[in-house]
Write a protein that binds this ligand. Sequence first.
Ligand SMILES: Cc1ncc(COP(=O)(O)O)c(C=O)c1O
Length: 279
Amino acid sequence: MTLVYLNGEYKPLSEASVNVLDRGFTFGDGVYEVIPVFNRKVFRFDEHMRRLENSLTAIFLENPYSSESWSSIFEKLIASVDDTEQSIYLQITRGVSERDHDISLADTPTIFAMSRPISKKDFSSGISAITHEDIRWQYCDIKAITLLPSVLLRHKAKQSNAKEAILIRDGYVTEGAASNVFICKNNKIITPPKNKHVLPGITRDLLIEILSKQEIACFETAITEKELWVADEIWVTSSTWEIVPVIKLDNKPVGSGKPGALWSSVNKLYQDFKSNYCN
Ligand SMILES: Cc1ncc(COP(=O)(O)O)c(C=O)c1O
């Protein structure tokens, strides 16, 4: 039976519930992680744990568990799911308190984790994206559960028959609503540098690492909106989507209007890395 983890206990999802005064519910006061599982193995565990630690520190919460404890929680959840390809979702909120902004009123964080079959979509023929002003806050490097702007951005993309919104802040590309962005121009691969307006994506960093092992340069430099428009290829990356070619931007073709040659080779390198890691 599929189990979820809630505050020290394993139970069926239908039996897991939290107090309505949980600050995750009233304030969106918490952080989360999404970690892919391939062949029942947690992918890039250490990197996800590091990002979790950074998110928690940024919101003045301590990590409730050691990496070893997280690992054993994940193992139990993974074992309870039939599929071998899964996605772990974990969320830590500041816990229950009266509805007051003061964070000192909460003393016990709420800790929730589950693993679900990965809902993998085949995006190998490419997706459409829209561009949109980056309407989010100034702490986009924190993986905060407060996701209303991203939800609205994805909704706007959907209204335009697109899958993702590529965000522009002060004339520069930051990232997607729930992905990082890469562009290619004349065989040069570029992604925006990590800063307060970009989530440090685990897939982004892994892709840069894989490319550097192959001695393929990836430039972490600012991308102007103009450069986005004249890119030969655009890719978006995330743990569950992996590397996805964007073939239409605001309804206009990107490059040839088909997934590019560079994407095909880079995607193969990524898939090979994954197979070696998880076998
Ligand atoms: C805003 C944002 N940027 C980037 C990413 C990609 O991060 P990762 O590769 O760790 O999944 C995500 C993933 O959900 C995201 O929400």
